[in-house]
Structure formats: C-alpha cells, structure tokens
Design a protein around this ligand. Structure first.
Ligand code: GUN
Length: 290
C-alpha cells in the first residue's frame, strides 16, 4: 500500500508560496491577504478556519478573521461580505460553510465578488470552471489534482469514479478530471445516493474519489487491485481509546485494506484536508497578483 502524504505535500506547497511571497515583498508588493467569515460556534468549522489562519502565518500571508454570532441575520452577513468586497487590502475571502440553517447560504455566496472568491463557490467561477475558462477552482478538488500530479499518477484514459455530487467536491472534481489537461483526460463516472450497482462501478475505478461523508463506506471488496483511492471524508466516530472519546476517520475503511494491497491511498487525517488549505492559499496569491 502506498500512502499519498497530503500533509507533507501541503507543507511543500506552503514553502513554495512563502518563497513567492518573499519575492513579492522584494518587488515592493504587498503580502497576499486572506479573510474568512465564520458564523456561529460549530467546533469543526472553527478548527478548519483556525488551520487556514495558521497556514497564512506560515506562508507569510496576512489574514483577517471575521467572527459573527450564531444568530446573525442574512442582512448582517451580507453587509460583512460587502465590506470585504469593498476592502482593497483584502485579496480574497471565504465564508466558512456550513452556515446556520436560518441563513440562505447560496444567496450569501452569490454576494461574494467573483474576483475575490478564492473558494470558487460563486456561480461565475463555477460556470467558468464548467466551460474550461480560467477561474478560481474549489480548493478540495484542486488539491486532489495537485496530489495526483505530484505523485506522478497517470490519469489519461483512466476511469475515475467519484462518489458524491456536491458543489464543493463531487461536481468540480468531475469537471477537473474530465478536462483535456494533465492531470485530466479521465473517463469520469459520478455516483450518488441513487446510483445502482455501486460496487460494480467502484470496482472498475482506476481512481476512486470518496466524498460522501459516511465513515468507512468504501470497503475492500469495492476496490480494484492497484487503484488510487482518494478519501475526502472527514467523519467523527466514537473511539473509547482516545481521551476525547472520538476521532476523525474517512469514507474509506482503510483499516480493512490489506497492507500488501498494491494501490495508492490518502489517509484521514493527513491526506486531502491539508491540501485544501494549501490550494486556498494558492488561489489567494493568484488573487493578489491580479
Ligand atoms: N466547508 C467545508 N469545506 C469548505 C471549504 O472548502 N470552504 C468553505 N468556505 N467552507 C467549507
């Protein structure tokens, strides 16, 4: 079993970004500046945003965190988005998802100025991605493409099977892997909750991307020998052996896969998650260059 080390790759990218930032400073340009809006107290979201801010510090980016209470109204949140849209010192920003249920998340994302939309969630960026035009692509699928590239994984003509059709991962992943590029040129099958004979499809995958949010959903009988397995899941499960009583695990039952299995796999944690952060910073540096 070959481990695809997302954490090490993320640090390598952050080191490259640091050099690019130093270069900008030498040229008399400003540091790239990323802002994040977080609404409420969701502990997982707080942790993710904290990691993003820390990565900014590491790579020499400026960062701003806008923390709003759970009961924030749509109007108040839109006003914060507008402030960031109009703040010329900020190159890019994100609104951390999920938002509280009373907020219309799609309406909020549509208020983000597309040139500052480093998450790539605005319909203008999503539309451009679908047309193969230059745009900000969402960080998680971009990070997966980067991992495939840096690990020298051949994708041309391969069958990529994507589990999940979300706007954040499944849909943009389908677009990125099917485009005429390297990595890319895959034949892509997108599967979802209504897909029939799922295991027959996953067993034919040269590249299997699991982004469904169900712990250990993908079992060894669903995997082709020698496949590349990308696990996007971040699921919290009970674990009495941990002080906290729980731990994070992926959508793939990696613990059931034989050590002698010849394929590649991303671990959870330490696989796709850290790459998302690196690619968000990469998008922000690009936004600063515009
Ligand atoms: N929630 C889960 N993933 C993401 C992401 O990539 N960006 C934002 N803004 N929220 C998320």
């Amino acid at each position: 079993m070959h481990i695809i080390d997302g954490k090490a790759t993320s640090i390598a990218i952050q080191n490259e970004l640091k050099i690019a930032v130093d270069d900008r400073i030498k040229q008399g340009l400003k540091r790239p500046h990323l802002a994040a809006i977080i609404v409420g107290e969701n502990p997982a979201s707080r942790a993710y945003v904290g990691h993003k801010i820390k990565a900014c510090e590491y790579a020499g980016f400026e960062s701003t965190l806008v923390e709003l209470p759970q009961e924030t109204s749509d109007e108040a949140l839109k006003a914060e988005v507008t402030k960031l849209n109009n703040n010329s010192s900020i190159d890019g920003f994100i609104v951390q998802l999920p938002l509280p249920d009373h907020i219309d998340a799609q309406a909020i994302l549509e208020c983000v100025e597309p040139t500052k939309d480093v998450d790539g969630f605005h319909p203008v960026n999503a539309g451009k991605l679908s047309l193969g035009l230059p745009c900000f692509a969402p960080a998680t699928p971009s990070g997966i493409v980067e991992l495939l590239k840096r690990y020298g994984i051949e994708t041309e003509g391969k069958h990529a099977v994507i589990l999940g059709r979300s706007a954040i991962v499944g849909t943009p992943m389908t677009l990125l892997l099917s485009r005429n590029a390297n990595p890319g040129n895959c034949t892509v099958t997108m599967c979802h909750s209504r897909t029939q004979n799922l295991a027959d499809i996953t067993r034919s995958a040269d590249i299997l991307i699991a982004a469904i949010g169900k712990a250990h959903f993908v079992t060894p009988d669903m995997i082709k020998p020698g496949a590349v397995i990308i696990d996007v899941g971040i699921n919290r499960i009970e674990d009495a052996s941990r002080k906290s009583g729980s731990r994070l695990t992926g959508d793939v039952a990696m613990h059931l896969i034989d050590d002698q299995w010849g394929g590649h796999i991303t671990p959870v944690p330490g696989g796709v998650g850290p790459m998302t952060i690196a690619m968000l910073l990469k998008n922000t540096l690009e936004a600063a260059g515009k």
